[in-house]
Design a protein around this ligand. Structure first.
Ligand SMILES: CC(C)(COP(=O)(O)OP(=O)(O)OC[C@H]1O[C@@H](n2cnc3c(N)ncnc32)[C@H](O)[C@@H]1OP(=O)(O)O)[C@@H](O)C(=O)NCCC(=O)NCCS
Length: 74
């Protein structure tokens, strides 16, 4: 999952929860034991979503990025 998004008119109905839950259970079947989500720090909705349901915010990890091409990604 690179960017989970739900149409604004359909939010807060559990759609992203269902999508992530299904993806996580399929990954678990493949013996993948831990997954991570990246979000922009100012994205409060994403932060609220990803920290809901027992997931924990990691404050002991820093992210370093390196631009390798002409395109700049957020
Ligand atoms: C983040 C996003 C995918 C959540 O989708 P969703 O289908 O609305 O999420 P859910 O209904 O499954 O929400 C589950 C829980 O997460 C939390 N949550 C989700 N969105 C929230 C928000 N905007 N503010 C506060 N809490 C939120 C709530 O605890 C919610 O449970 P509740 O509705 O019973 O209170 C959606 O808001 C979105 O598309 N945002 C724009 C794109 C984006 O920023 N994606 C994340 C990129 S990392």
């Amino acid at each position: 999952m690179y960017h989970v998004a739900v149409d604004p008119s359909w939010r807060r109905r559990g759609i992203a929860t269902a999508l992530v839950s299904r993806a996580q259970s399929e990954l678990a079947k493949a013996n993948i034991r831990r997954v991570h989500a990246l979000m922009l720090s100012g994205n409060r909705g994403a932060m609220q979503f990803w920290t809901a349901g027992g997931r924990r915010l990691r404050e002991d990890v820093s992210l370093v990025s390196c631009e390798l091409g002409a395109t700049t990604l957020n």
